[in-house]
Design a protein around this ligand. Structure first.
Ligand SMILES: [Zn+2]
Length: 159
């Protein structure tokens, strides 16, 4: 019983799962970001005057110099596709009926990247560096959620 186990597969074990739920609050700056998205259809970032960096979504402090920040900078809705991936399984590990493409987008005026779904890429393959734009839900349907943004779609593609 007190011998050290050197092979993890040899230990006695039984399968199980622990259901865990949580709520994550958006915080002071996040509240302003979501209200601006819902009410004005705008994407707000925070500019650090010391570092000259614009963070998106807006945040309360600069993660580099810890300066207090304000949600003071409108960015996008256009941007550059920095990276992307295609998911064939959901967060629960189960296969998706339809694969979902996620993209990292550097919105115009921002220095950080923003993660969201990429919409209707069509038959053309996505390319790093190509132009995309945010697609918002109609104002009457927005609730102050990240899903007020339907996703990003490629723009300025030549046929
Ligand atoms: Zn800073």
């Amino acid at each position: 019983m007190f011998e050290k186990t050197s092979r993890p597969a040899d230990v006695r074990r039984w399968p199980g799962s622990i259901p865990v739920g949580h709520r994550y609050t958006p915080g002071r700056a996040g509240e302003v970001f979501f209200a601006a998205l819902r009410d004005g259809g705008v994407l707000l970032g925070s500019r650090c005057p010391s570092c000259e960096l614009v963070y998106v979504p807006a945040r309360a402090f600069c993660e580099r110099c810890f300066s207090e920040l304000a949600p003071d900078t409108e960015v996008g809705p256009g941007g550059e596709l920095v990276s992307f991936t295609v998911a064939f399984a959901g967060v629960d590990g189960r296969p998706l009926d339809v694969p979902v493409t996620y993209g990292l987008v550097r919105l115009d005026g921002a220095d950080t990247v923003f993660l969201h779904v990429l919409l209707d890429a069509g038959d053309e393959p996505l390319e790093i560096g190509e132009r995309v734009e945010a697609v918002l839900r109609p104002g009457t349907e927005r609730t102050g959620s990240i899903l007020d943004i339907e996703g990003f779609r490629p723009v300025e593609r030549t046929a």
